[in-house]
Design a protein around this ligand. Structure first.
Ligand SMILES: *Cc1c(COP(=O)(O)O)cnc(C)c1O
Length: 385
């Protein structure tokens, strides 16, 4: 026998099995010929998934209160796969101006040139999105709070209008995770996570997922995922399965630390504005309070205007925050988004540079002290004019 089947002695462990395969082996000719009929759940070739991938998909679907889930090799891949599953030339696609950058670039540089009519809309549009819906509108892409500038969206209102008009909705729900916001319960068709963030939780794996209730959508997305070759390594599935074991504890602890740090920064004389819906001062606070159950671990701030040198001072004096993109892991991170990037966006939330912080599991007082001394360095550079 050429397959590597282990001993059939009884064995049980708390750890999920990491099952690798490009080739899936069939019992008979008939089985092989009929292999496509095993989709969307079964196994026919590595690219459609392994038992390790299915286990993770099942756990994520449960978390999302959904019936089905498709995992992808990154959060970005989940966004593109969701769109590619349903949108074709001639369709009209509505994308929030605060959606993830690579989704907007994909829409603009690829979809628009393949005959898709791409339209960006103001994130806080709410039910008025109905005025933008046309006969050929196929999908509405949402993200809340928005990437970098944290605009909230009235998801239930947009989802209700879309349902009524027969338009699909997808939400990038990474900031809240399903513990903070149940997209599918609020009427969204496709709930997307960058599993790279809270699910993985340790800044060492890239993954994405799309959860849903509709079996027809699942069928289409399984086919799209495998035709685009977007399968995930079982080792990476293992890491995310492990991450999920502590998801609730991490989200709670990071959420509690984040709100404390945000309150502290909100009082700081060098902080002009915090972009963080859990704060009462945030324009999205009312929606956050109505719909969301967690504070997240990510917020942005606009500092009092100063020469660029001051940002060097701030970032280079950080002792505990690491400088880097991404977020949601156990280590705190700081990232910088320059002014032109903000100002050139349609419906810009600010024309100033943005500093984005992801709060990890380090001691809160220590993180506050770190930010205070970095802001002191910012202030000194500012005073030098
Ligand atoms: C990081 C992120 C993504 C992309 O995820 P990757 O796994 O890094 O590709 C998409 N959406 C949001 C909101 C994110 O924060």
């Amino acid at each position: 026998m050429s397959t590597n089947t282990p001993h059939q002695e009884p064995f049980a462990s708390l750890s999920p099995a990491v099952m690798r395969a490009s080739t899936v082996v069939f019992d008979s000719f008939e089985d092989f010929v009929q292999r496509k009929n095993r989709q969307p759940d079964g196994f026919s070739y590595g690219v459609t998934g392994t038992p390790t991938a299915r286990l993770l998909e099942q756990k994520i679907a449960e978390l999302e209160n959904g019936r089905h889930c498709v995992i992808t090799p990154s959060g970005a891949a989940a966004l593109m796969t969701a769109v590619m599953g349903f949108v074709r030339g001639g369709d009209h696609l509505l994308v929030s101006a605060a959606c993830y950058g690579s989704l907007k670039t994909f829409a603009d540089k690829w979809l628009a040139r393949m005959g898709v009519e791409v339209e960006l809309y103001q994130p806080d549009i709410g039910a008025e999105i109905e005025s933008l819906i046309k006969a050929n509108t196929r999908m509405i892409c949402m993200e809340a709070p928005g990437t970098v500038t944290m605009e909230m969206q009235d998801i239930p209102a947009i989802a209700a209008v879309a349902r009524k008009r027969g338009v699909l909705t997808m939400l990038d729900n990474t900031w809240a995770s399903p513990l903070g916001f149940k997209s599918l319960k609020h009427g969204v068709d496709l709930s997307i996570q960058a599993a790279t963030k809270f699910f993985g939780g340790h800044s060492d794996v890239l993954m994405g997922c799309i959860s849903m209730n509709d079996h027809g959508h699942y069928d289409i997305l399984r086919e799209t995922q495998s035709i685009l070759g977007q399968q995930v390594s079982p080792e990476d599935c293992f890491l995310v399965l492990r991450g999920l074991e502590t998801l609730k504890l991490r989200v709670e602890a990071q959420s509690a630390s984040t709100i404390q740090i945000a309150h502290h920064l909100a009082q700081h004389p060098l902080v002009e504005r915090l972009m963080y819906p859990p704060l009462e001062s945030d324009p999205g606070h009312a929606i956050w309070k109505r719909d969301y159950k967690t504070n997240g671990c990510l917020f942005s701030m606009v500092l009092k205007p100063a020469p660029e040198r001051a940002f060097h001072g701030f970032f280079d004096s950080l002792q505990h925050f690491v400088i880097g993109a991404s977020w949601g892991g156990v280590h705190s991170l700081a990232a910088y988004y320059p002014a032109p990037l903000q100002a050139d966006r349609p419906f810009p939330a600010t024309d100033q540079p943005v500093v984005r912080l992801s709060i990890g599991l380090e001691d809160t007082a220590m993180l506050i002290a770190d930010l205070d001394q970095a802001l002191d360095a910012y202030g000194r550079a500012m005073a030098q004019g």
